[in-house]
Structure formats: C-alpha cells, structure tokens
Design a protein around this ligand. Structure first.
Ligand SMILES: C[S@@+](CC[C@H](N)C(=O)[O-])C[C@H]1O[C@@H](n2cnc3c(N)ncnc32)[C@H](O)[C@@H]1O
Length: 385
C-alpha cells in the first residue's frame, strides 16, 4: 500500500508515522507513506499557497495551482488508486470504507487548511471527499492520519497476527465485547468467570452475547445491517426484554440486576448435580449433551423428564448448594432471571410475565409464568412432561 499525503504542514504528521505500529509497518516496508509539502510547488516568488475567497467571506482559501501541480507531478499518468480530499462535507468514514481503501494499490490524501481548497483543484485531481466525522477541524492532517492508521492495520502483517483485526468493532458488523487482562481480580472487580475457564466455545458464546448487547445499547442501528443468526436474534429479543423489565422495576423503585443468562451452559456439571437426580444423570447426559453442546441443557433435561420438578426458589437453593460462588441460573428460552432489592415486585407480576424475580439472597423468588411451555420449572403445580 502506497500513500502520498499532500499538505502544507508535513511536520504535523511525522511523529505519528514514526511511532508504534505505524512506525514499524513503515520501517518494515509493509506500507509506504510519502509526505509532500504543497508550498514546494508554488510558482510565485512569495511561495503563496492561499488567497482571499472570491465573493468575500472570512478566511483564506488554498490556491489551485500548487495543489494540482504537486499531485500531478508526483503520481504520474499510470496511477491506480484513489485520490481523496479530507473534508467535512465528504462521505463519512467508516469501517466498510476503510476496507475498500485497504484494497487499493495507492492512495492520495489531500489535506486542506484555512477555509478549504479552491474547487478547481478538487475538480482536477481529486476523486472523492472523505470526512472523519461531523465536526470541523483546523486542517486535514488529523483526518489523513486517521485514514492512514485505520487502513494500515488492515494491511497483512501490520498487526501482530491477522486475527487481531478480524474480530473487532465494526469488522463483525457489531461493536466489540469487553476485554480483560491480568490480574483476574482488580481491587475486588473480577474478570467474568467464563473467560478464566479456557472453554473456547463458551468464551465465543459469551463474547457474542456481549457484543450484541453493547451494540444494542450504543449503536442499535448497526444491528439492521449486521449479519445475525437466529440465535443472535433470539438473544437480542431476550436482552431487549431484560432491559424493559429492568426499567419497569426501576420505575417502581425496585433495584434489579439481571443475572447471567447462560450459567447452566457454563457450568453443566454443577447444573446436573443440582437438578438431575443421581440415577438419571447418565442417561440425561447422553440425551442432553450429545450434538447440542451448551445450548438448552436445562430446558432439554426438563422437557425430557430428567430434571427434578423444582419451582423457582427451590431451584435457586439447589443451585446455590452446588455453585455457591456463582449466582445461578439459566432459564429456558426467553425466560429471564432478575435479582431484586426492595420495592414490591409482586405487584408487577402480571405485567412482567415470563420472568423470574429472586430476592437478593436468591432464596425467595417470585415466579411469573409467562409461557405455557415453560414447564415445571416455573410452577410445581404443573404436570411434569
Ligand atoms: C476549517 S476546515 C474548512 C472547513 C470548510 N470551510 C467547511 O465549512 O466545510 C479546514 C480543513 O480541515 C479539514 N477538515 C476539517 N474538518 C474535517 C473533517 N471532519 N473531516 C476531514 N477533514 C476535515 C479539511 O481538509 C478542510 O479543508
């Protein structure tokens, strides 16, 4: 990838291009960035590069001649690539544009300054305008650096391993999940248990959930175009529903914390110990574990008649005995579990539906039957299948 930057202030770019990942990539010849000072191409003895705008108005405008000559003299007639003017009125840069640019052989980046650039320069030597966001900078140099940085990290070899850019915000269509590093316990804040377990399928599932939730919270419009599976959509419904419930509880003065959705999936052994009687465990494992790893153990075990028919609070207690360090509980399908403090959750039961509320100690639960197929988990009085 060859990038040529045309600017009145090349020294503004040099420090960024000599440090860290960009610096190393340039040193290693993975990308080349050449800086051209537009002032070197002026023809008048004062080396002027800007003048007053025709028609009046504040500020100065960069003249066409030095820009056109600088670019024409340095890219030659056989140039294959994109010639870009950084400008607040351009197409707004995003990861898909960055990916497009990374596929080019070469880029020309023109940095404006003052009030901008004489339109005739743009008409002569520029293919498109790109904005780095809806705000106005003093010059295009920061914009050029943003483009260079974002494009460079997609050039093979620039990042430590190619995976580093495959899984990131926007590349997957979603924002990125939270990241953690050592120590596992920072002043009482623990890294989510699943990340310490080393089970790659569980970790991937947790990250997907987190990415979906964060995208839903911060940039919901991205979900309209992100490639989603049916499982993602189901999860999003559950997350949305969870947020509605939390807001409803909050509006009634009830503090609520949504508990882990997939705990039983993450600790299948503890789950089996809590819910499946010893004599049924062998057969249950055979039926529930094969083929469908980590999805729906609990619901499958219930619907196949292996699990004990426990109501919400008994289920909570059974879990707490087996997994006291982790709050329980995976609920089938769209069921949600909330740990609540204070208020009168009972009064909301009818409006919530399909939700289990547990008090802080998880020893009293209010089970809200919202689904006919939720089975004995929701109510001891229902017939076990
Ligand atoms: C002060 S700005 C000119 C703004 C211009 N008069 C306008 O209203 O659109 C000076 C230069 O900064 C650069 N610039 C400013 N904001 C930018 C943005 N959001 N994205 C990319 N470049 C920008 C452009 O190269 C522009 O020519």
């Amino acid at each position: 990838m060859k990038i040529k930057v045309f600017t009145l202030f090349p020294d503004m770019l040099r420090p960024m291009l000599s440090e860290s990942i960009l610096g190393r990539a340039i040193q290693a010849g993975l990308i080349s960035v050449e800086l051209y000072n537009i002032r070197d191409y002026t023809l008048d003895k004062h080396r002027s590069t800007d003048d007053y705008p025709f028609g009046g108005g504040a500020g100065m405008v960069m003249m066409a001649q030095p820009i056109v000559d600088a670019i024409r003299q340095n890219i030659g007639p056989d140039f294959h690539g994109r010639r870009i003017y950084l400008s607040p009125r351009g197409r707004r840069l995003d990861q898909s544009i960055v990916e497009e640019l990374a596929r080019e052989e070469a880029l020309v980046l023109l940095c404006g300054h003052y009030e901008g650039v004489d339109q005739r320069a743009l008409d002569s030597v520029i293919d498109e305008e790109l904005s780095i966001g809806d705000y106005v900078l003093t010059g295009g140099e920061l914009g050029a650096l943003v483009v260079i940085d974002a494009v460079a990290r997609l050039v093979p070899g620039v990042l430590g391993s190619d995976e580093s850019s495959a899984d990131e915000s926007f590349t997957t269509g979603l924002l990125e999940y939270p990241q953690y590093t050592r120590p596992a316990d920072f002043r009482g804040q623990r890294v989510p248990e699943v990340l310490l377990g080393g089970n790659h399928a569980d970790i991937a599932a947790w990250r997907r959930e987190q990415a979906l939730e964060i995208t839903l919270m911060h940039r919901p419009e991205l979900l309209d175009t992100a490639p989603l599976t049916d499982a993602d959509r189901a999860l999003l419904r559950r997350i949305r529903r969870g947020r509605e419930v939390a807001a409803l509880l909050e509006s009634h003065g009830i503090g609520a914390e949504r508990l882990e959705l997939r705990l039983a999936d993450q600790w299948p052994k503890a789950w089996f110990a809590a819910f499946v009687p010893g004599d049924k465990r062998r057969e249950a494992k055979k039926q529930c574990f094969s083929g469908r790893r980590h999805v729906g153990y609990l619901w499958q075990a219930f619907s196949m008649g292996f699990a004990k028919a426990l109501s919400g609070d008994a289920a909570c207690r059974a879990w707490a005995e087996n997994r006291p360090d982790a709050c329980m509980l995976c609920l089938p399908d769209d069921g949600l579990l909330f740990k609540v403090q204070g208020g009168q959750p009972d009064a909301l039961a009818e409006r919530l539906g399909d939700v289990v509320l547990a008090d802080e100690a998880l020893c009293r639960t209010l089970v809200v039957p919202g689904r006919r197929d939720a089975g004995p988990y929701y109510s001891e009085s229902e017939e076990h299948p």
